[in-house]
Design a protein around this ligand. Structure first.
Ligand code: IPE
Ligand code: IPE
Ligand code: MG
Length: 250
């Protein structure tokens, strides 16, 4: 009898490689403050790191990369920081769209778009459409994303389907609920990295990370390099993921 039942593994989890890596890109503000510069400068420096990390993915076997850009809690920041971030997101999409397309990156956005500026939402929709035929790397950007918010919106839509008579309460199981999440087309993350030394989740991919491995590193996001990313992803292969089962014999 097999001691480990990999069939219990969440959908998409590879046997050893990190197929889906999610990153909480934290520390931009401190990076700038350490240099006596405005926080927004740190956000701009942080945005510039994304390309190198995306480009490192194919060689590392990372097919899915999900990055946390703005949380449902980040609206609590000053009006000028929020406005600066929103304008950075617009400029980032405008500047990077063609390059992402040419490099075979498929871009998706998760999070609630309702609170976002319609002009930004239009750019997000356009980039998703432009890159929808790509398959080299799947980059998902979490923007106005919160795990609790996502599960709540999914529950609301599920309740609506029941109200409409298209589902009944008997259909409600984990798999059905997951179909209503923003991430419904993505495998669960294998590895979640958080930069900047904070060891917390901050409402990121709560449902999807049930069995993810975590890596908390001190590097501030604008200092994060493809080299450090590669070391972490390669280190992941040595981890023993048991999913509640028993350690497999060598
Ligand atoms: C992460 O960097 C980016 C966003 C949350 C938008 P922070 O802005 O949180 O940087 P610190 O944590 O203040 O250093
Ligand atoms: C998490 O970072 C959100 C993003 C990286 C976008 P925060 O800096 O907002 O998290 P807390 O406030 O330290 O928990
Ligand atoms: Mg932070």
């Amino acid at each position: 009898m097999a001691l480990t039942t990999m069939t219990d593994a969440p959908k998409g989890a590879g046997p050893s490689g990190a197929r889906h890596v999610a990153i909480i890109m934290d520390g931009n503000g401190r990076w700038a403050q350490m240099r006596g510069r405005p926080r927004l400068l740190g956000h701009h420096a942080g945005a510039k790191r994304i390309r190198e990390i995306v480009e490192a993915c194919p060689d590392l076997g990372v097919k899915y990369l999900t990055i946390f850009a703005f949380s449902t809690e980040n609206w609590k920041r000053t009006q000028s920081e929020v406005a600066g971030l929103m304008s950075l997101f617009r400029r980032y999409i405008q500047r990077e769209a063609q390059d992402l397309f040419r490099r075979g990156v498929r871009v998706r956005f998760i999070g609630d778009r309702i609170k976002l500026d319609p002009k930004l939402v239009q750019l997000m929709d356009d980039l998703e459409l432009l890159t929808s035929g790509n398959d080299r790397v799947h980059l998902t950007i979490a923007l106005n994303y919160g795990g609790r918010d996502e599960v709540t919106r999914a529950a609301k839509r599920l309740a609506y389907e029941i109200e409409m008579g298209r589902l009944t309460h008997k259909d409600v199981d984990a798999e059905t609920l997951a179909r209503f999440l923003d991430t419904h087309v993505l495998p669960d993350p294998d590895l979640v990295i958080r930069t900047s030394g904070e060891a917390r989740i901050s409402n990121f991919l709560l449902w999807q990370s049930a069995y993810a491995e975590y890596e908390f590193i001190d590097t501030l996001w604008p200092d994060f390099t493809a080299g450090e990313f590669a070391r972490i992803v390669q280190g992941f292969a040595a981890r023993d993921r048991r999913y509640g089962g028993v350690k497999a014999k060598a």
